[in-house]
Unconditional design. Structure first.
Length: 357
């Protein structure tokens, strides 16, 4: 079977991406070809393109790992997927190794990440392993007022903080603090709120903070308006006023900046959990002994196990997490202009690039 397809590839950091053609019908026995409905532009993509973060796959490479679409072709062991609407997990563990068998797929050494280990989703079609695909119920999607392209961001921007919130044990009666509420952080606010926590949102952008107030941010603080001591004091006051403990805060660093990471570290309290979700190449100087002194813990969060995707998607389809107000569709052919605009913060929403528009 031949499927005429195209993708936008990066040949070197900073150089304009160019469109190349390929045959998406050439799939392995355990693979599928997904006709892409939409692919979200993530901070990680910008890291590869602008900051020189190395991809595991040699260049040229199509970036993009937030993919939704329909299965157009499948290998002999994956025929049951043909025609189904799916989310493609941003990280696909091998499902066979000893780590995977112990439920540690996020650190599987044979994992495949589109746009890093294999060709990515800034394309008309994407060839990926069939394992771990998340089926999308199109009737529920329509009833939720969403298009298939809209939920591409669930594949990372939502599922990564979903896993972080789950791992941190967020529940009713807890205080959660989210630092950096654009993109991933905005969904972290919503997921923590849906889990029953009172959520404090912190950012340097008042517009982003205002956007999250109707979606779970019980308190919004601009970290540029006050120093670290005042920031921590404001959160303590909020906790006291709402009958929440001054200990065991769960702090999610989602900004992917050195300043955000320093702020997160400065908010540690006794029994705190620090969830590191954002990524930066910048170095941060900190006193590691604070973890000991506060009997706190720090958790890194890489992707999300495919088995958690259905539960994360349910939050969207049930209206507990809102996607539509925070995404903006753009034609895939405008990818170079979009990357520049997102890099220079000229687009506030998460851009979803849509082929053929």
């Amino acid at each position: 079977m031949t499927i005429a397809a195209s993708r936008w590839v990066m040949s070197a950091p900073g150089l304009p991406m160019v469109r190349e053609t390929f045959d998406a019908g050439r799939v392995g026995a355990d693979e599928v070809a997904v006709e892409v409905a939409g692919c979200g532009v993530c901070h990680t993509d910008l890291g590869y393109y602008y900051d020189g973060v190395r991809t595991n796959h040699a260049l040229p490479l199509a970036l993009g790992h937030e993919v939704s679409g329909r299965v157009a072709a499948a290998g002999e062991h994956a025929q049951g997927w043909i025609g189904k609407a799916v989310l493609v997990p941003a990280v696909l563990p091998c499902a066979r190794c000893e780590l995977c068998r112990r439920g540690l797929g996020t650190i599987c050494r044979g994992q495949k990440m589109p746009g890093n280990d294999i060709q990515g989703g800034f394309a008309s079609h994407l060839v990926v392993p069939a394992r771990g695909l998340c089926e999308v119920d199109l009737l529920r999607l329509e009833n939720a007022g969403l298009a298939l392209a809209d939920i591409s961001v669930v594949a990372d921007a939502l599922t990564t903080p979903f896993q972080a919130v789950r791992r941190a044990g967020v529940r009713a009666g807890m205080l959660a603090v989210v630092i950096g509420v654009g993109g991933v952080g905005g969904y972290c606010v919503q997921v923590a709120n849906a889990s029953g926590a009172k959520v404090v949102a912190i950012d340097v952008d008042d517009a982003k903070l205002d956007a999250l107030r109707p979606y779970g941010a019980a308190l919004a603080l601009n970290s540029r308006a006050q120093d670290q001591k005042a920031l921590k004091g404001a959160i303590h006051d909020f906790a006291k006023q709402n009958g929440l403990p001054g200990t065991e805060w769960v702090i999610f660093e989602c900004s992917g900046t050195a300043a955000g990471q320093s702020t997160a570290w400065g908010l540690l309290v006794h029994g705190a959990t620090l969830g590191v979700v954002g990524f930066t190449m910048d170095r941060v100087e900190l006193r590691l002994s604070n973890l000991m002194a506060y009997d706190a813990r720090a958790l890194g969060n890489w992707g999300c196990p495919p088995e958690l995707y259905p539960a994360a998607l349910d939050l969207v389809l049930e209206g507990k997490v809102q996607v539509k107000p925070f995404v903006e569709q753009r034609p895939l052919d405008t990818i170079n202009d979009v990357f520049e605009a997102v890099h220079h913060r000229r687009i506030a929403k998460r851009v979803v690039l849509v082929p053929g528009t």
